[in-house]
Structures are given as C-alpha cells and as structure tokens.
Design a binder for this molecule. Structure first.
Ligand code: SAH
Length: 406
C-alpha cells in the first residue's frame, strides 16, 4: 500500500467554508467550532485527515471529540504517515536540536520535549541526570506512549522513565490517568535526584515535586539574576526549592530569605543550601503564604536590595485574565515597596494568557499605586529548551521583568 493510498483511507474532518485559515497557518489546534462534518466515523484517538469544504487536503492529526481541541494537528505534509516511526522521528529531532543548543551545555537537566513546540502536542519530557519524567496530556500523546517511550530509550538511554499525570491538562482534554505516577522503564530514584546546572548542584524530588520536579524554565534567568547578587540582601518569594536563593548565595548575597507556602519544597531548598557547602550567606527558609509574609514585612518596615516574585499561574483561561491582572498588581505593589530605593525587583508571570505587554501594564499600575518610579533593566523569558513555535505563540508563557525601583 502506498503512503498516498493509505492516507486516502483515513477518516476526513471537513472544515466549514472560511474556517481554514488557522489550519493553513499551521496552528496545531483545530477547534470543534470550525468543523462542518466528519466522514468515516473515526473513534476518538484515530488519525484523521483535515480537508476544506471543497475537498482540498490541508493537514493530518488525531481526533478527540470530547475535547475542545477536536483535532491535534501533527503534519501538513500529505505524504507523512503518522505511525510509530513518525513519533520516534519527532522525538529524535527534538532531542537532537537540544544537543546542539549552546545554552544547554552546562546542565544535565533539560526539557527534551516541549509539546506543540516540538511537533508533539501534549508531550512533555524532562531529563534529570538520566531520569526522565514524561507528562502526556492529549489523547494523541497517550496513544503514542509506547512509541515515545521506545524513542526516548533509543536516543537517550535513560536510567529511568516515569510518567506523571498532569491532572489539570488531562481534565481539560477529557482523558484520564491510570495513576498519578507510572513507572515505564528502569528504576526511578527513591530519593532526590541530584542535577547540576551551571556548576551548581540541586536536589530534585521527582516523586513529590511540583510540575516534573524543578523549574527548568527559569535556568537562564537564574544565571542572569546572579550577576546582580554580590553583597546584597534578597527576599525570594514563591521560592519553591530556593533555586534563585541558592544562586544568589553563590553569587555572594549576604542574606537570602526564601518564602514558600510549601514546607515540603522548602525542605528540598534547605538541602540545596547544604549542597552549596560552606557559605558566608545567611539563608533563611520561611513556610508562609507569600501575600501574608509580604504584608508582615512591609508593616515591619523591612527593605531588601532585591525582591524576587515568582508566583504560580494566576490565570488558567482568558476569562481569568482580568482577575489575575489585579492579583499581579497587588502582589507587585507590595513587592516593590519592600525594595530599598535604587534596589531591584525581579518579577515573573507564568500565566500564558497574560502576555508580556499586559504584564508590563500591571507593573506600571503597581508602580503608580506605590508612588515609586520603576525602570525596566532586563526582560526575562522561558529557557531555550521551552522554545516557542511561531505558528503557536501560545507556547510562550513565562515572562519577567527586572526592575530598578527608584
Ligand atoms: N521560583 C521557583 C518556582 C516558583 S513556582 C523556582 O525557581 O524554582 C511557584 C511557587 O509558589 C511554588 O513553589 C508554590 O508552592 C508556591 N506558592 C503557591 N501559592 C503560594 C502562596 N500563596 N504563598 C507562597 N507560596 C505559594
């Protein structure tokens, strides 16, 4: 059977007339609203062809009629067959690209696969010193599990592969996880894994940590922020395992206060501080709600040379943007009031729906309310192993500003 005749046998999703723009623009998500009819009765999880109302072939993907994104588009090449070797090839390519990335040379912890940005919708794979944590959140990804796993074994020879359920994303896709954590290959570490990033050791709790264990997306920002840290005091809010705090200590900060609501994360943070070895830096770990902590410090008249605000996602959907913007503004108003005149605020948002322009407006409002002049001195984004495909700008989620507070 030739490729062409095989593809002809696939069920066909026919678009409403005039609704072909996003598919032609190679956007990897096709929403149910654009579909006129579906021929060939595909079961959810099947490979389908996508055609215009007049029968022109446009793309091929995996259908899931339970989900808002009815088709996850995988290829715009009519000859490309979506089979086991397709998935393997995509995994190989994603990993090869990272092997040639100069920004990833100084670490043994990287994101190997970043979903749509690597042509693998719903597939996340992070490598922690040979231990891979994979998250599969679309039906397309779940059905390809075995091929993805084989490809990772072939290309990386990992010590272990575990699948962690990303429940929020899975709910959104109407797919289910059999267990929160499933062992797929090898033996995952019982204890924390130790990774090295830019010469610094970090403990990562794969089993109980947040996301896949460590915020790899902040790698480059940690290095950039370190340059400001010699001889200064730092308040690191939403510290998680204190990665920014540890980097600041190495760079010569005199005192670093790490605040997070998760005592468990802070325990790993303390371990990270110990991995530093002897240090002059006074490192503190405070388990507290950051909003309460900031207000208490403000009331006590505390001042820091650098305040870091790296909160969790405030907005999960466009409807939540307005409320999230207010929350970011309130947080940043108090944060910047805790910076001594001439000091710095490093502030982040990982809400994809709050874009960089809106985030800057939020900081503007916070500055006006706090009656402080604020200069932007650097702009931050996600690390290069979390690239943004230009046809899928939604992949850009992390943004940050380094501000000088006058
Ligand atoms: N800066 C960290 C990542 C922060 S992720 C790093 O580079 O590793 C967001 C963190 O905010 C998580 O650790 C989470 O436990 C914490 N968090 C969530 N809500 C919080 C709250 N209300 N107060 C304090 N911490 C909170």
């Amino acid at each position: 059977m030739t490729d062409a005749s095989r593809s002809q046998a696939l069920p066909v999703v026919v678009l409403k007339s005039g609704r072909d723009k996003s598919v032609r623009a190679r956007h990897p998500r096709l929403f149910a609203g654009a579909i006129k009819q579906i021929d060939g009765r595909p079961k959810d999880g099947s490979i389908v062809d996508v055609c215009t109302n007049s029968g022109e072939w446009l793309a091929r993907g995996v259908i899931n009629q339970q989900a808002q994104t009815a088709v996850r588009l995988l290829t715009w090449e009519q000859n490309e067959v979506v089979d086991e070797s397709f998935w393997k090839h995509r995994v190989q390519q994603a990993i090869q690209r990272r092997q040639h990335d100069p920004l990833l040379k100084n670490t043994d912890a990287q994101r190997l696969i970043f979903s749509e940005s690597d042509g693998l919708p719903g597939v996340i794979a992070d490598n922690y010193a040979g231990h891979i944590v994979m998250q599969l959140s679309t039906l397309a990804a779940l059905n390809a599990r075995a091929a993805l796993q084989d490809a990772l074994i072939e290309v990386v020879s990992p010590r272990s592969i575990e699948e962690h359920a990303d429940e929020e994303r899975m709910r959104f896709e109407h797919v289910h996880a059999s267990a929160p954590i499933s062992a797929l290959h090898g033996v995952a570490p019982a204890e924390n894994v130790e990774i090295v990033e830019n010469g610094l050791r970090f403990a990562v709790d794969l089993a109980k940590g947040q996301k896949t264990g460590f915020y790899l997306d902040q790698r480059e920002n940690r290095a950039r922020l370190a340059r400001y840290c010699a001889g200064i005091t730092v308040l690191n809010e939403f510290a998680y395992t204190a990665s920014f705090g540890v980097v600041a200590a190495t760079a010569g900060a005199t005192r670093v206060v790490n605040v997070d609501s998760s005592a468990e994360a802070l325990r790993v943070g303390e371990l990270n501080a110990r991995l530093l070895g002897p240090t002059e830096t006074e490192l503190q770990f405070v388990a507290s709600d950051a909003f309460v902590d900031l207000r208490t410090r403000r009331a006590a008249g505390e001042q820091y040379d650098l305040v870091i605000l790296d909160p969790p996602k405030f907005a999960h959907s466009p409807e939540q943007v307005e409320r999230a913007a207010r929350a970011y503004k309130d947080l940043n108003r108090i944060g910047l009031l805790l910076v001594r005149p001439g000091g710095l605020l490093a502030t982040f948002s990982c809400s994809g729906v709050v874009d960089a322009a809106l985030f800057q407006k939020v900081i503007f409002s916070a500055a006006v309310e706090a009656r402080r002049d604020v200069q932007i001195v650097e702009r931050f984004t996600q690390a290069s192993d979390h690239p943004v495909l230009v046809t899928f700008p939604e992949a850009e989620y992390l943004k940050g500003l380094l501000c000088r507070i006058l």
